[in-house]
Design a protein around this ligand. Structure first.
Ligand code: KIV
Length: 255
């Protein structure tokens, strides 16, 4: 049966769910066959697939192209997509771009930020589009912050800001929020304070309603960088290298 936002809501307080990123047809099909309930076409696309140093070069056209490929797998999973950098500067632009993602197959959209993008979030939700927030370390802002992927919520000001942002997202009607690199006690506090918001942690400890990872990190498909909080469960990059080497060697023996 198709996973919906309502299915996910049913997981709250019952069992944690997993979410992974996909950027193409085989990626989505394999995750779906594995039973992953939530797929995100993340703008991490820019780094792990398109070779950019950060996510800020990703465009709406990039997102649509990869989202369409993912949707061709017709996943049972709930499929969503990121609004990329500068694609939600105003409420009108946010709704226009969110609609474009929905027309390309997204069943929810995600954007980074809290109260500072509340008018955009409200406009997306008023357009009938399910919304997932993203709080904590915001990759689209990491360049502005000096290029460091830092943990958030370490001091009282940071803790309070995160808590208030999460409550604002919940009150606006977001069904979920990614908590990226949020200190585990603050992630746990947000989960307790927001009974109608599914918290989806990444590098934020175990006390979240769900966990999300970039699939390439989980399977070692981008071996040049692995975040500290991920233990890869496969070495896909190594397999590709050694398969190519074995094949080249086999050609040499035919000479
Ligand atoms: O872009 C992405 O893949 C994400 C996840 C890491 C949450 O935002």
């Amino acid at each position: 049966m198709k996973i919906t936002v309502e299915t996910l809501r049913g997981f709250k307080g019952v069992r944690p769910f997993g979410a992974l990123t996909a950027y193409d047809y085989p990626g989505a099909r394999l995750l779906d066959e594995a039973g992953v309930p939530v797929i995100l076409v993340g703008d991490s696309l820019g780094m792990v697939v398109l070779g950019h140093p950060d996510t800020t070069s990703v465009t709406m056209d990039d997102m649509v192209h990869h989202l369409r490929a993912v949707c061709r797998a017709r996943p049972r999973a709930l499929v969503g997509a990121d609004l990329p950098y500068k694609a939600y500067e105003t409420p009108a632009q946010a709704v226009r771009n969110a609609r474009r993602l929905v027309e390309s197959g997204a069943e929810y959209v995600k954007a980074e930020g809290g109260r500072e993008i509340l008018p955009q979030i409200r406009a997306i939700l008023a357009g009938g589009i399910p919304f997932m927030g993203h709080l904590g370390m915001l990759p689209q802002h990491v360049v502005e912050e000096g290029g460091k992927y830092r943990m958030k919520g370490r001091d009282e000001v940071g803790r309070q800001r995160l808590l208030e942002d999460a409550i604002a997202l919940e009150e606006a009607g977001a069904f979920a929020a990614v908590l990226e690199l949020v200190t585990p006690p603050v992630a746990a506090e947000i989960r307790g304070a927001c009974p109608r918001l599914l918290t989806v942690g990444i590098g934020s400890g175990p006390d979240c309603d769900g966990q999300i990872l970039v699939t390439h990190d989980l399977v070692g498909a981008f071996p040049w960088f692995t975040p500290r909080f991920v233990t890869p469960l496969a070495r896909t990059g190594e397999s590709i290298r050694s398969s190519a080497q074995q094949w080249l060697a086999s050609l040499a023996t035919r000479a």
